[in-house]
Design a protein around this ligand. Structure first.
Ligand code: NOJ
Length: 520
């Protein structure tokens, strides 16, 4: 009997709520839509769901600008709808984690309004206001992740405030104890309602250098990001972990720790801190065996040292969809299928981003319909993230593909009808059915859910490893080369990413861009 907590072997499905399913017909996804599609997620076989922010928000960054942390934006439904959703998911054995956004509030949050109303208002210290430099320029050289300086001038007071993202997302001052108290309330509010945990937005950035030093130039050999990864943040997570652990059922804290040094990000999942931190190396890899191996091996080593397990993702709502990253079209899709089996055989937790199970490409959104603040703040130099956020297709209906009865908030691309859920469900060879079969096989396999992990020798350009418990042994091999590989393999083919994979006379025949799971 395996005693590890549910989240350590779970497959999560990430729901970008605006784009999943629209229940009330206004063109934007919502709780009613999600509830109506829960049976589909049961059919798919996911263990848990992460929902992107749904709190009251002016929507400057589509919900990552929160105006009220303990409510539901009417655009998505009511608190009651949220409770119902949690109950419905739980009754199907599906856990639900919410998205907590503690680095910044919306500029419409009552604290920030108070902060702007009066320099002496106590809420002003909940944010990071500073005088300009003598020449009137911002207090330091920090840049916003969305382009431009990380400081916005508040003209009436003559001071700048810090915003690591959009100006409508002022950064909180985590050195203010009232900020701590209020977030503890928020954690308990949702945990009391049955949330199974949280994904924590920009988890590495809550504390900034206490004297706000300039960042050294990018090419500096001693680069140190003064905007993030400050030691103080670890005490905060130890405290949040205590809160989460005071609830029954292994509530989980998953950090968006956007640090590319695996050792640094592993520090966030040290004992008694966060449970999981996404491995972001994989959202940037190209279709190359050495790159994949590096993006898996280094995090695994670092996690091992702190006794934590991995959280693997290929895509999310912030990056180009991986089918496109891997070449797009049919080739990208074939690689997406192979990558799915690779990912789902890694040790730890896997996150699937809605639409990847349909093999969706990045959508081409016309510039005049783009909504991401990244597009606007960079004057269109960066296209932004709308292309991975287009509502997903449920059926072939040319008008919005069954997502909504109205115009979807981002336009649906031509040709997505053939990718729709209803179409792929009928096709045993579809990527949707591949994900479903893989999830079921993973769930049924001790080796895959909690077996030991070990790399095995495979031809150059391939990746191979075994997963093993006392009674179960499975080998996962992916061929990222452009040639057919014949690899000695003892065992039965449990699952392959395509129909041209076979085992003959003790040899696995693995064509280009394919993966196989072999039961040894
Ligand atoms: C990370 C989120 O995933 C992204 O969508 C958001 O824009 C930033 N954090 C700011 O909250």
């Amino acid at each position: 009997m395996n005693e590890s907590p549910w989240w350590s072997r779970a497959v999560f499905y990430q729901i970008y709520i605006r784009s999943f399913a629209d229940g009330n017909g206004d063109g934007v996804g919502d709780f009613a839509g999600m509830r109506a599609r829960l049976d589909h997620l049961s059919w798919l076989g996911v263990d848990a769901i992460w929902i992107n922010p749904f709190y009251p928000s002016p929507g400057a960054d589509h919900g990552y600008d929160v105006a009220d942390y303990r409510g539901v934006d009417p655009m998505f439904g009511s608190l009651n709808d949220c409770d119902q959703f949690l109950a419905d998911a739980h009754s199907r054995g599906i856990k639900v984690i919410l998205d907590l956004v503690p680095n910044h509030t919306s500029s419409e949050h009552p604290w920030f309004r108070n902060a702007l109303s009066d320099r002496d208002h106590p809420d002003r210290d909940k944010y990071i206001f500073r005088d300009p430099r003598p020449d009137g320029s911002p207090p330091n050289n920090w840049e916003s992740s969305f382009g431009g300086p990380a400081w916005t001038l508040h003209k009436p007071s003559g001071q700048y405030y810090l915003n690591m993202f959009a100006s409508e997302q002022p950064d909180l001052n985590w050195r203010n104890p009232e900020v701590h108290d209020d977030f503890e309330k928020t954690l308990r509010f949702w945990l009391d309602r049955g949330a199974d945990g949280f994904r924590i937005d920009v988890a590495h950035a809550l504390y900034k250098d206490d004297v706000l030093r300039d960042n050294p130039p990018d090419d500096s050999p001693v680069y140190h990001g003064y905007m993030y990864d400050q030691p103080e943040v670890h005490d905060l997570y130890r405290n949040w972990r205590k809160i989460a652990d005071s609830y029954p059922g292994d509530r989980v804290l998953v950090g968006e720790v956007y640090l590319f040094d695996p050792e640094k990000s592993a520090a966030y999942v040290a004992p008694n801190e966060l449970n999981l931190a996404f491995n972001f190396l994989l959202v940037w890899v190209t279709w190359d065996a050495a790159a994949f191996k590096d993006a898996i091996a280094r995090p695994l080593e670092a996690l091992d040292k702190v006794g934590a397990s991995g959280a693997w993702i290929l895509s999310n709502h912030d990056v180009e969809r991986h089918v496109t990253r891997f070449g797009g079209g049919e080739a990208g899709l074939r690689r997406g299928r192979a990558a799915a089996l690779l990912l789902l055989s890694l040790p730890g937790t896997v996150f699937i981003y809605q639409g990847e199970e349909l093999g969706l490409d990045q959508a081409d959104v016309p510039d005049d319909q783009r909504q991401d603040p990244v597009f606007k703040r960079t004057g269109g130099i960066l296209k932004g993230r709308d292309g991975c956020r287009v509502p997903i297709p449920w059926d072939e209906h040319p008008h919005g593909y069954g997502f909504s009865i109205s115009e979807p908030w981002l336009p649906a691309p031509d040709g997505w009808g053939s990718k729709a859920v209803s179409v792929q469900m009928q096709d045993p060879g579809s990527i949707l059915n591949l994900y479903r079969t893989a999830l079921a096989a993973r769930r049924a396999s001790d080796a895959l859910t909690h077996g030991e992990f070990k790399w095995i020798d495979v031809p150059s350009g391939c990746l191979g490893f075994k997963r093993q418990t006392d009674g179960d042994k499975l080998i996962s091999i992916t061929n990222l080369t452009s040639e057919l590989q014949r690899i000695p393999a003892v065992g039965d083919l449990l699952l392959a990413s395509d129909t041209d994979v076979a085992v003959h006379d003790g040899k696995l025949e693995l064509p280009t861009d394919s993966s196989a799971w072999i039961r040894a």
